[in-house]
Ligand binder design. Sequence first.
Ligand SMILES: [Zn+2]
Ligand SMILES: [Zn+2]
Length: 223
Amino acid sequence: MSLAVNIYYCSSCDYHQSSMSLWGGHEYVLPNGIRLPIRKVMGWCDTCKAVTYIENLSTATRISDYREAQRGLYDKSQSGMLTGIWSQSKHNASITNRNLSSMEDAIDAIEMLTTRQSPPRCLKCGCTQVHVPESSTLLHQDNDSHRTWIKHPDCSGEILWREDDGGLRIAMTIPTQSYTPEGELIARPEESDEDSFDCIKPYDDASESNIKIRELIRAAWAA
Ligand SMILES: [Zn+2]
Ligand SMILES: [Zn+2]
C-alpha cells in the first residue's frame, strides 16, 4: 500500500508535522479475545503537543455502523431473491458473513462502551488531555478547504493541512495497535523487537478470528 504524505501546519505560528505520525490501525481487544475496530477522530493532544487520533466513544457512531451493515445485508438478500443465485455464490456468502460480523462488532462495542470508565484518550500516548473539534463544525466540513477545525492551543491558530510539496508517497504495511476496552495500549510497534513482532497485526485479520471466537461462544450456549 502506498500513502500520500500530508503536512499539518498552524495558521498562526510555524508549527508543522507530517501525517506519517498518524498512520496505523487501532483496535480494542475484549477479555474474550474479540477484536473491535476503534472509531477515532483527529484532534490535539496536550501531551504529544501534536495532531493525533483520539478515541470516539459515541454509541451513535456504533449504531450507525450497525445500521450500515444491516443495510448491506438487506440489499444483498433482496438482489439474491431476484436472481435466485444468491446461495450459490461464495463471494456473496463472504459479503453476508462480513456484514453479520460487523453487526456483532457494533453490538459488542456498544456493550463495551456502557462499562467504559475513562474519558477519550489520545491513541498515541494514552493521555486524556485532548481536544477534538465540535461535531457540529465537522458536519459542515468542506473537503476542499484544507481545514481540520482543530485549534492549536499554544497560539489559538487553527491547524490546516496540505499535500507534501513533492507529492511524496510512501509504500508500507499499515500496522495495527491493540488497546484494552479502557483505551490503554497493549503493544506498541516501535517498542517491539523482531521476536515479538507478531503482536502487530494487519487490519482485516480481526473478522476471521472474531468469527471463530463467536462460534465457540455459541457452542457454549448450546451445550
Ligand atoms: Zn500555532
Ligand atoms: Zn498524546
